[in-house]
Design a binder for this molecule. Structure first.
Ligand code: XIL
Length: 477
């Protein structure tokens, strides 16, 4: 199916009447291969989904929360503009298998039915991930975890077989920063082959879904993380591990900006023989600046024949996990933003694809990516609480700390705890750390200080020795 994603310039020419004759003439005069503009304002598509469909059968989708499907302002925009859905949280492991071997598809089904009853595509998100694991899974390790993960993949992909266009089989398995290493997680500690094992199980469970690897901070072609994921996909293709697509989350903001080499990234991955998709697009900002970045992203996707679709991470700004950054295409009242107009006109003006896609990577990449985005922001100081869960083995442990905001949300937080004697922290993620034994303090990093009232974020650290008996305290501002 992916080979059919070349934009189709025949749309205009197929229309009868004097106007078509004129257009036909004009197109005939222009030489083939130039970056033609297909649509005129008279017959341009008027919604994102319709316009994307005209660009070689692409889709334009949104992440959807089941709880919002009863909001008529939300569904009016959703139903009019989009033709693909990704469930925002409802297909994650904690939602679909809250107790081991007890599956719950109620909320995911509501979203899937909303999409399939309208003929839209569904992206399954996500089968295997270090985050949003149910408690029972967070506490597992080794072969027990490996088989629980594979069972999860098999059961969930099997249940939805036939309904899912693309699955994010594995999400966010690479670490940020230099070196392009895998992210430490309980899944990673089951063995480096956990990713391919998940892909093979997914293929068996649903042979027709496209199977994708999905990540963030893989947009900049020069970054180590991008290159590491590229090498993994290249290796999978060479060894016949079933992978069909790569998702680029593309959460852009000042700390993780849209890179000018984004098109090179998309085309280079596509050249490996996979589809590429922009899976969680949001661009913080406003007005013309934000609109221009949306335009660039759309043009980059259209320029790569195997870029088969774009999904924004939410519908309206107030639906966004980063609502403070107003990163989406619609205002809360459903009105279109300048970014919407830029997106639609870029789709309607569809640049011709650069085909075949460009260069494989060369040399050693540089420039570390900034650290990850995680949890949703909001305003206001307030209290907080913290809990710790441990994954221990002889001589070491990983602690996952959940920080939950009090009644008025946080702008910043600090978590203190005393390590048992003999324990030492070796590394931490999603938090700044001071001290590595005895009394240790963790504070938020730039992207996870702001937590909405009652919401939470997680950070973690790895240590040697025993981590048993730590009791964290939390303070917020
Ligand atoms: C986010 C959701 O939008 C939030 O509602 C939730 O609290 C945390 O997860 N990368 C992903 C998505 O793959 O699943 C995340 O979604 C955003 C970052």
């Amino acid at each position: 199916m992916s080979d059919k994603t070349v934009p189709d310039p025949r749309r205009l020419l197929a229309r009868p009447g004097p106007r078509a004759a004129l257009v036909s003439l004009a197109v005939g005069i222009l030489t083939a291969g130039a970056a033609l503009t297909f649509a005129s304002s008279a017959n341009a598509a008027t919604t994102l989904g319709a316009s994307a469909a005209e660009r070689g059968g692409r889709y334009f989708g949104a992440a959807v929360a089941a709880s919002k499907l009863s909001d008529s302002v939300y569904t009016t925009v959703l139903n009019r503009e989009f033709n693909q859905i990704t469930p925002e949280n409802e297909m994650k492991i904690d939602a679909t298998e809250p107790q081991q071997n007890q599956f719950n598809f109620t909320n995911a089904d509501r979203i899937v039915n909303h999409a399939t009853s309208r003929g839209w595509k569904v992206r399954g998100h996500t089968l295997a991930w270090h985050s949003q694991q149910p408690g029972w899974m967070q506490n597992m390790s080794g072969t027990a975890l490996r088989s629980a993960m594979l069972n999860h993949v098999t059961r969930v992909a099997g249940y939805y077989a036939g309904k899912i266009d693309s699955w994010d089989v594995v999400n966010e398995a690479y670490a940020d920063g230099n070196g392009g290493a895998r992210r430490d997680s309980n899944l990673q500690r089951t063995g480096n082959d956990w990713i391919e094992a998940a892909f093979r199980a997914a293929r068996t469970a649903d042979p027709n879904a496209k199977l994708c690897y999905n990540d963030y901070n893989t947009d900049n072609w020069t970054w180590d993380k991008t290159q590491a994921v590229y090498r993994m996909v290249q290796d999978f293709k060479q060894r016949g591990v079933p992978i069909d697509c790569v998702g680029f989350q593309s959460h852009f903001n000042s700390g993780s900006p849209y890179p000018s080499n984004y098109r090179t990234t998309l085309s280079s991955f596509a050249a490996l023989g996979v589809d590429v998709q922009i899976t969680e697009l949001d661009i913080e900002g406003s007005g013309t600046t934000q609109a221009n970045t949306y335009r660039n992203v759309v043009n980059d996707c259209l320029a790569v024949a195997r870029c088969s679709g774009i999904t924004t991470w939410g519908v309206r700004d107030c639906d966004s996990w980063r609502s403070g950054g107003t990163p989406l295409l619609f205002e809360c009242n459903g009105n279109k933003k300048p970014a919407y107009d830029a997106t639609l006109s870029a789709l309607n003006n569809g640049v011709t694809p650069t085909n075949p896609p460009t260069t494989p990577p060369t040399g050693n990449p540089t420039n570390p990516p900034t650290t990850p985005p995680t949890t949703p922001p909001t305003q206001g100081p307030g209290g907080c609480s913290a809990t710790v869960s441990l994954n221990s083995w002889t001589g070491g442990f990983v602690a996952t700390v959940r920080v939950t905001a009090g009644s008025s949300g946080t702008n910043a937080w600090s978590v203190g705890m005393t390590l048992p004697s003999g324990a030492t922290v070796t590394n931490a993620w999603n938090a700044n750390r001071s001290g590595n034994s005895g009394a240790v303090t963790f504070t938020n990093v730039s992207y996870n200080g702001r937590i909405a009232a009652g919401q939470s974020t997680e950070f973690g650290f790895q240590g040697t020795g025993s981590g048993t008996g730590m009791s964290p305290t939390c303070s917020a501002s």
